[in-house]
Design a protein around this ligand. Structure first.
Ligand code: ATP
Ligand code: MG
Length: 180
């Protein structure tokens, strides 16, 4: 048996605030084309903020439950905190996740940084981006609009279990209540 050179290991990195159906398409495509899928949870230190409402642990559960529901079993999920220094960010990510050879991203800065570091970067199409975006899911939750069709069922279950709707309404100032 030859030693594993991790050539079939691929990375998808995002904030997943929350994981939505657009992300899920990318994860599915990456899992199909790879032996092992690595999901990096970016801005892992952030939570309880209008743009980053969910903790790394909550996002971990959203991702792991959604992948399992799809029958995907060969995956690792790794929270990655921000470094706020683009020049060394790839080295930071590499130090936190299993070895990999390929990266899937549509983000131009992420693409540039990994390409400069010598990784193969693949783009995936943007799926229905006008609705499948974290910003749109958070906006709908805060506005009391229908958000469940935009996310995998397992994500809605996690959000319900942690009262994510109440949290987003509180931190975006939508809830009625006494100010501090
Ligand atoms: P936010 O609106 O909070 O920035 P987002 O939807 O852009 O959320 P991110 O976690 O910022 O999601 O992005 C992670 C990765 O997922 C990026 O490479 C991004 O291009 C990709 N992505 C986001 N939405 C889609 C989509 N609808 N189809 C395909 N890829 C997507
Ligand atoms: Mg984004």
């Amino acid at each position: 048996m030859t030693r594993n050179d991790y050539s079939g290991y691929s990375l998808v990195i995002g904030r997943f605030q929350p994981l939505h159906n657009g992300h899920m398409e990318v994860l599915r495509k990456c899992a199909e084309e790879s032996e092992h899928l690595i999901v990096g949870i970016g801005s892992a230190q952030s939570s309880h903020d209008p743009d980053n409402p969910f903790t790394a642990g909550e996002r971990y559960m959203m991702i792991s439950e959604s992948l399992k529901a799809e029958g995907i079993t060969e995956f690792s999920i790794v929270p990655v905190e921000d470094l706020n220094r683009y020049s060394v960010w790839v080295a930071h990510v590499v130090s936190m996740v299993p070895p990999f050879k390929r990266v899937y991203t549509n983000n131009p800065m992420t693409r540039r940084l990994f390409e400069e570091a010598g990784y193969e970067v693949r783009r995936s199409p943007m799926y229905n981006r006008s609705v499948y975006s974290g910003t749109e899911v958070r906006r709908r939750i805060a506005a009391g609009e229908e958000w469940r069709p935009l996310v995998p069922e397992a994500v809605a279950e996690v959000i319900d279990a942690i009262d994510g709707v109440g949290r987003i309404k509180d931190i975006t100032g939508v809830s009625v209540g006494a100010p501090l």
